[in-house]
Design a protein around this ligand. Structure first.
Ligand code: SAM
Length: 587
């Protein structure tokens, strides 16, 4: 069946001016659909489609009489060509008849998770892809509703469907699948061309095989797309070297490497990670070097404008990540970057973590450090950076553990058959997410190690204090606490031990020279804060526990100064919840 459709498509293409090398053949490959394979060794291969076979928005604009929302109307046109039994005539040409071999040969099904059943969706776990699906479906529905609402001809039916779909979209995954997304690939005869399932079908076709229109028309709006019959039979590999070119409206793809007999000739859709490939195209690549994990950081608009106006922090937007597949030989520098405005961050600041590029992790680290710092501190302060790093690591570790959590589906034991390829795709996608997050965590651990070893003398851990200052535990602490040995006192945290060390240093006026910087900062802090700080309730409580009778050597205020100082001059290491004193220096 598919083989016959493929044969007719190719005949139609060749008869209408499509060109491709004689040494290639198109075949149906299990799990990939159609593919192009070399019949003998070839040094170069070029595929060309003439202008009049390109499906573009000038056709839909003429048919529907509007030049607004061009891509949406183009999707409606393709849905009409597929599902409407009647002719679709533009400039006296019946487009249904003209493009029938192409429309007939489009894939019977696309493996996008947008149409997976709930048992298959469960395999995606708690990943970004899983949680974005409902939003994506909502936005496709809104696109359909906004344009279909303007179609006079089917207004009442569209209105009735709109109400029903709105109700459906409020229900759980299982209900949405049964009543909406499972209808997309059903028998053509049961789907109305103007309906939402028809539009969703067309949307999935465009997601998985449309090209940006600027590949044939560099001056067009960058969001416009086209369908390129036969050219779109080439599958993807990011390693494939190809050149795209356009001449007088015709479009060509040239393979720039030799291909051996039996090898597949592959296009290159650009640097896309498995999340993008799976959600848009319904497939994944093993070991995809373009895998990313998106972290969106939502900040109050006041903080965003503070950052953009008063700091040199880099806040990325989506355009900072776009890797273009479309290197036209005639115009290699097509860039559509707009100047950044604060409103671009209204939905959050997007960080795409990746194993291949640590820049986004560095940008995130700068942001977390900025958010950690007090008004008196500098962004590049050692303490601020180390604490920012801990906070970021904590956030990434939480993300990692949430991905691995089983999804919490509230449906009542409904279970569906799981397609083998979908299970495989979910596994590969999830493992890429986990590897990327683990890479980020290791990178942060490595950075922390680098900083702490460069700044050994600027850090005081409890262990280092014990080593530098043995008389603290052996002599001073028992005297301060009026016990026989320091070990008689149970101290629940590193914090309490450091506060007591600072207290002893004040009470006995001693300090090893390697730790003198801490004492100097502590004295400056105590003098500076004398009249401003509030007595912290936790500090008071700890003082009463340690000194039930009060202390002749250490006032409550001195003790509370020490707790305040610790808070301002330390960071807490995530791995063991250990407070570490940090000198006021920059990285
Ligand atoms: C532009 S079309 C390519 C032609 C397609 N094979 C067909 O049968 O029409 C994109 C679709 O091809 C499949 N595809 C492309 N590259 C692939 C790959 N490397 N591995 C598996 N499937 C791939 C996916 O189903 C994707 O949605």
């Amino acid at each position: 069946m598919q083989a016959e459709k493929l044969k007719q498509l190719l005949e139609w293409g060749v008869n209408n001016g499509v060109k491709y090398p004689e040494e290639v053949e198109f075949v149906n490959v299990e799990g990939k659909g159609f593919a192009c394979v070399a019949k003998s060794d070839i040094t170069a291969a070029e595929f060309i489609i003439p202008d009049n076979l390109i499906i573009k928005s000038s056709l839909s604009s003429r048919l529907f009489g509007t030049s607004l929302n061009q891509t949406s109307w183009l999707k409606v046109l393709v849905a009409k060509l597929k599902f409407d039994k009647n002719a679709t005539t533009v400039d006296d040409v019946d487009l249904k008849a003209k493009f029938a071999p192409y429309i007939d040969a489009l894939p019977e099904e696309i493996d996008s998770p947008l149409v997976w059943n709930p048992s298959e969706l469960d395999l995606l776990g708690n990943t970004n892809l899983r949680s974005s699906l409902r939003m994506k479906l909502d936005s496709i529905f809104k696109e359909w509703k906004s344009i279909m609402g303007t179609l006079e001809e089917h207004r009442n039916q569209v209105q009735a469907d709109t109400i029903a779909i709105e109700e459906t979209l409020e229900q759980d995954e299982n209900y949405v699948y049964r009543n909406l997304t499972s209808k997309v690939f059903q028998e053509c005869s049961e789907v109305e061309w103007w309906s939402f399932p028809a539009f969703l079908w067309s949307h999935l076709i465009f997601l998985s095989r449309a090209f940006p229109e600027y590949v044939i028309n560099p001056s067009t709006d960058p969001s416009n797309v086209v369908l390129l019959p036969i050219i779109d039979l080439l599958n993807h590999d990011y390693r494939s070297k190809v050149e795209w070119n356009q001449r007088d409206g015709a479009f060509g793809v040239r393979k720039l490497e030799a291909v051996s007999e039996g090898e597949e000739i592959l296009n290159n859709y650009g640097g896309k990670g498995n999340e993008e490939l799976l959600s848009g195209y319904g497939f994944v690549l093993d070991e995809n070097i373009f895998d990313t994990v998106a972290l969106k950081i939502q900040l109050p608009s006041k903080t965003v404008s503070e950052i953009t106006s008063a700091t040199s922090l880099f806040l990325p937007t989506i355009s900072d990540y776009t890797t273009s597949a479309f290197e036209l030989s005639s115009n290699k520098e097509i860039k559509h970057k707009l100047p950044k405005t604060d409103s671009q961050y209204d939905d959050g600041i997007l960080y795409l973590l990746s194993k291949e590029n640590n820049d986004p992790l560095r940008w995130l680290l700068d942001l977390f450090s900025y958010l950690e710092k007090s008004p008196e501190e500098s962004c590049s302060g050692l303490r601020v950076q180390l604490q920012g790093l801990q906070n970021l690591r904590n956030a990434i570790e939480m993300k990692l553990s949430s991905i691995s959590l089983a999804s919490t589906s509230d449906r009542q034991a409904a279970s569906y058959d799981v397609k083998e390829y979908r299970a495989h795709a979910a596994r590969v996608y999830k493992s890429g997410q986990v590897k990327t997050l683990k890479h980020a965590i290791n990178e942060l651990k490595r950075t922390e190690k680098e900083w702490t070893s460069q700044h050994k003398s600027d850090l005081l851990t409890v262990k280092r204090i014990m080593r530098l200052d043995p008389s603290f535990m052996d002599v001073e602490l028992p005297l301060l606490l009026q016990t026989n040995t320091g070990s008689d006192v149970t101290l629940e945290s590193y914090d309490a031990l450091i506060v007591l060390w600072l207290s002893c240093k004040v009470a006995f006026n001693t300090c090893p020279k390697e730790a003198q910087w801490a004492m100097d900062s502590f004295k400056a802090y105590s003098n500076h804060c004398e009249h401003t700080k509030a007595l912290s309730p936790e500090g008071q409580q700890l003082y009463r526990t340690l000194f039930p009778e009060g202390s002749a050597k250490l006032s409550q205020e001195q003790f509370i100064n020490a707790t305040g100082f610790l808070q301002h001059y330390s960071y807490t290491r995530l791995s063991n919840d250990e407070a570490i004193l940090v000198r006021d220096v920059n990285l």
